[in-house]
Design a protein around this ligand. Structure first.
Ligand code: KG4
Ligand code: ZN
Length: 332
């Protein structure tokens, strides 16, 4: 049977049920995301068992929506790419089992994809934006890391999260301030109306390329307990200022150590207006091209998983559709 030159990407590692259809050049033929934000909002964070159940409800309707939008014959797919990790085990299993069943039924190959590699490749969806060698800052709910990319499949981890990711810190501070989940957008909005006068710590800002945000989160908690009459906006502004100082200092150090043509920022926190502004200033100073993919590709989506699956086929990495909850960015 002839191939239609498309890969179907399926993503269910956390709280988005996402499906995308992408060709070899990264053009997105169709994409759909069923977000669980409203479901988890009342818990102040992702509730794993509830996330798995919501994926079960949404996965087939989301696949169907993408197939109907595109009008393609799924038996002619080049492959199905599905997230195999890192992520929540129950959520991963829903995507992996569904993808395996569809692949067997349609008679198409299946590739297990590292979610982090999907985020890296999201920057080239719809148009080629990344100039290699590239420095990548991945800032999502689960990860904060710096990676050096010499090409789509040539990736080196140079800085990692020692504890909480920056997105997690945003979400936890949001909960402390009674602002709900996800924390990023609302904390940024509050911060825009506040004065960053509280001297929160900037953990490991002067050392190396690894990140640590749990001390900052705890400092916010201690401040809220010890002080009276604080303003939500000022706490948010001071917290965001500390996060931005750390992220920018690490990117500056990384660019100095590994001269790069572009700085690419991906993951949910890439939506942050203060991060976008600070990164633009840094790239101006450093003479580096700033690459910020559209927000719909920065947060979890199925198209980025399909995009990464093309790299796997190109390099003959036929990883199994089996769960791996703790992959690093260097693992296929
Ligand atoms: O990449 P993503 O959608 O999911 C994961 O793979 O984790 O990232 C979700 C994270 C959450 O922690 C959320 O609070 C954060 O991205 N986020 C933001 C903003 N929008 C989403 N953080 C800061 N500013 C934002 N505007
Ligand atoms: Zn993600």
């Amino acid at each position: 049977m002839t191939s239609n030159g498309l890969i179907l990407g399926i993503e269910t590692s956390c709280d988005d049920t996402a499906v995308g259809l992408v060709d070899e050049r990264g053009q997105v033929v169709a994409s759909a995301v069923a977000s669980q934000v409203l479901i988890h909002n009342r818990y102040g964070g992702v509730y794993p068992e509830v996330a798995s159940r919501a994926h079960i409800d949404k996965i087939i309707p989301t696949v169907r929506m993408v197939l109907e939008d595109s009008g393609i014959n799924p038996r002619e797919l080049e492959a199905i790419g599905v997230t195999r990790g890192p992520g929540l085990i129950g959520s991963l299993m829903v995507g992996l089992d569904t993808a395996s069943g569809l692949a067997a039924g349609w008679g198409v190959p299946i590739v297990g994809v590292n979610h982090l590699r999907g985020h890296l490749r999201s920057a080239d969806l719809e148009e080629q934006r990344v100039e290699f060698p590239a420095m990548i800052l991945l800032v999502s709910g689960g990860h904060t890391l710096l990676a050096r990319m010499n090409g789509p499949s040539d990736i080196k981890l140079i800085g990692n999260t020692l504890d909480d990711s920056v997105g997690e810190a945003y979400d936890k501070v949001s909960r402390m301030l009674g602002l709900g989940y996800p924390g990023g957008p609302v904390v940024d909005r509050m911060a825009g109306a506040g004065i960053p006068h509280i001297p929160f710590p900037r953990p490991v800002i002067n050392h190396g390329l690894d990140f640590s945000f749990s001390g900052l989160k705890s400092a916010v908690m201690r401040y809220l307990e010890a002080e009276k009459g604080w303003k939500v906006e000022d706490v948010a502004a001071s917290f965001v200022a500390a996060c931005m100082d750390v992220l920018v200092a690490k990117c500056r150090r990384a660019l100095a150590a590994y001269p790069s043509s572009s700085l690419v920022i991906v993951g949910g926190v890439a939506a942050s207006p203060p991060l976008r502004a600070a990164a633009a200033q840094l790239c101006d100073e450093a003479g580096v091209r700033l690459c910020l993919p559209p927000l719909k590709w920065s947060t979890d989506n199925g198209a980025m998983i399909a995009m990464a699956a093309w790299d796997y086929l190109a390099t003959d990495n036929h990883t199994p559709a089996a769960p791996q909850t703790s992959l690093t960015i260097e693992s296929f």
